[in-house]
Write a protein that binds this ligand. Structure first.
Ligand code: A3P
Length: 272
C-alpha cells in the first residue's frame, strides 16, 4: 500500500505547468508591472515574466498553448499572468470565464489624467516626433473639447470595461487596486492583495525602500536578485509639462466617468 501511495503522490512533487489561478487584467500604465513584480516576492506565486496576450491575440492557439507559457508550479503555488490589454478586450471576460469561472482577477487603476499622460509619454519615448500631448488630447488647442476616441484618453474611462467584466464575474472576484497607493504604501496595498489571493502575508514593508532619486518604491531583494533594485527605466518616467488649462479640461471630462466607476466599484478613489 505504501509503495502505491508513494507512486500516486509523486507527481505532486514535480513542478507542473498549470493554467492561471489569477490574472492581472489591467489597466495599462497604472502600475501593472509593479504589482506583478511585488507579487513575485511571494514564494507561493509563480508568474509568467512577459505579457502572454492569450485572451486578446492568441486565443486561437488553445488552452494547451497557454498552459505551456506558464512557469512550472508545485501544488499549493498560484500561477499568474499579467496582460493589461485584457481589460479592454471585449471577448476577454467570456473567454477567461470559459477557462476557469473561479479565477481571481486583479486590476490596478490610477487617476485617468495621469494615466493618459503616462501612456502618451511611453508613445513619445518611441516616437520623438509625436505632437504635444495637448494637441492630441484636445481638439483645437487647450480650450477645445476632449478627444475621447484617442486611446490614451479613452482607456481612462474605467466604468465601461468594469461593467463588462461584472457581467461575467461577481464583484468579490475582482480586486481593484489603487495605483496611487501602490506607490505611496506598497506594503499596505500588498496586504490586501495577499488576502484576496488567500496567501500568507509574506510581502511586508521589509521588502521595500523608497528610492528618492527615482521617486518610487523599490525592492530590497527579490527572487532573482539579492541586492536592492528598482523597476526598469521604462517604469516611473518623467512626464512632460502639460498646460494647466488642458489638465483642467481633462479633469472635467473624466469627472462623470469617475463617479460612475466609483459607484460600480464601490470605491471612491478621490481623483480630482
Ligand atoms: P510612469 O512611468 O508614467 O510613471 P504599467 O506597469 O502598468 O505600465 O505602469 C507603469 C506605471 O507604474 C509607471 O508610470 C509608474 O507611475 C507606476 N509605478 C507604480 N509603482 C511603481 C514602482 N515601484 N516603480 C516604478 N513605477 C511604478
Amino acid at each position: 500500500f505504501k509503495d502505491k501511495y508513494m507512486t500516486l503522490r509523486k507527481p505532486n512533487l514535480v513542478p507542473t505547468k498549470r493554467l492561471p489561478d489569477a490574472l492581472i487584467i489591467g489597466v495599462k500604465k497604472c502600475g501593472t508591472r509593479a504589482l506583478l513584480e511585488f507579487l513575485r516576492l511571494h514564494p507561493d506565486v509563480r508568474a509568467a515574466g512577459s505579457e502572454v496576450h492569450f485572451f486578446d491575440k492568441f486565443y486561437h492557439k488553445g488552452f494547451e498553448w497557454y498552459r505551456n507559457r506558464m512557469p512550472p508550479t508545485l501544488e499549493g503555488q498560484i500561477t499568474m499572468e499579467k496582460t493589461p490589454s485584457y481589460w479592454v478586450t471585449r471577448s476577454a471576460p467570456k473567454r477567461v470565464f470559459a477557462m476557469n469561472p473561479a479565477v481571481k482577477l486583479l486590476a490596478v487603476v490610477r487617476d485617468p489624467v495621469t494615466r493618459a499622460i503616462s501612456d502618451y509619454t511611453q508613445s513619445a519615448s518611441k516616437r520623438p516626433s509625436l505632437p504635444r500631448f495637448e494637441e492630441l488630447a484636445l481638439m483645437d488647442g487647450p480650450w477645445g473639447s476632449v478627444v475621447d476616441t484617442w486611446p490614451p484618453v479613452r482607456l481612462g474611462i474605467y466604468a465601461r470595461p468594469l461593467r463588462r467584466w461584472l457581467r461575467r464575474f461577481p464583484r468579490s472576484r475582482i480586486l481593484i487596486i489603487s495605483g496611487e497607493r501602490l506607490v505611496v504604501d506598497p506594503a499596505a496595498e500588498m496586504t490586501r492583495v495577499q488576502e484576496f489571493l488567500n496567501l500568507k502575508p509574506v510581502i511586508t514593508e521589509k521588502h521595500f525602500y523608497f528610492n528618492s532619486t527615482k521617486g518610487f518604491p523599490c525592492l530590497l531583494k527579490s527572487e532573482s536578485r539579492s541586492t536592492p533594485h528598482c523597476l526598469g527605466k521604462t517604469k516611473g518616467r518623467n512626464h512632460p509639462y502639460i498646460d494647466p488649462v488642458a489638465l483642467e479640461r481633462l479633469r472635467e471630462f473624466y469627472r462623470p466617468h469617475n463617479e460612475r466607476f466609483y459607484e460600480l466599484s464601490g470605491i471612491n478613489f478621490g481623483w480630482q
